[in-house]
Design a protein around this ligand. Structure first.
Ligand code: AMP
Length: 113
């Protein structure tokens, strides 16, 4: 989608610190990490948020969670624990309107991080 920051990152038009990539999903380190591990997992296709998902996206979502599990292991937080968050809309603080999972860990997390 034009003028979507994460579409541009997915297309390689804006650089990112990649943690994982395949045909449908990209993961990259958050530019303003809230914890020692803070990675964003996005679909390469534009989906505004989790609220815009349909059954057609079921396999994609399952894949995003599979990527999250793989990254948690690679980044060393599988045993210590981690949080997966997706913000939806303004009250949740969604600042980039392209679906993303935050994978956060590497420290004991409070409810507010
Ligand atoms: P949210 O507020 O849930 O929409 O999350 C958006 C996240 O994207 C925030 O944690 C930002 O720090 C992060 N972010 C914004 N721009 C970039 C960028 N160019 N590269 C990596 N992360 C970014």
């Amino acid at each position: 989608m034009e003028n979507c920051l994460f579409c541009k990152i997915a297309a390689g038009e804006i650089p990112s610190n990649k943690a994982y990539e395949d045909e449908t999903v990209l993961a990259f380190h958050d530019i303003a990490p809230q914890a020692p591990v803070h990675v964003l997992i996005i679909p390469k296709t534009h989906i505004q948020s989790a609220d815009a998902l349909t059954e057609a996206n079921d396999a994609l979502i399952a894949h995003m969670f599979a990527v999250a599990r793989k990254l948690a292991e690679q980044l060393g937080v599988k045993e210590s624990g981690y949080r997966l968050i997706t913000n939806i809309g303004p009250d949740a603080g969604q600042s980039v309107p392209h679906l993303h999972l935050h994978l956060i860990g590497g420290k004991e997390l409070s409810w507010n991080n």
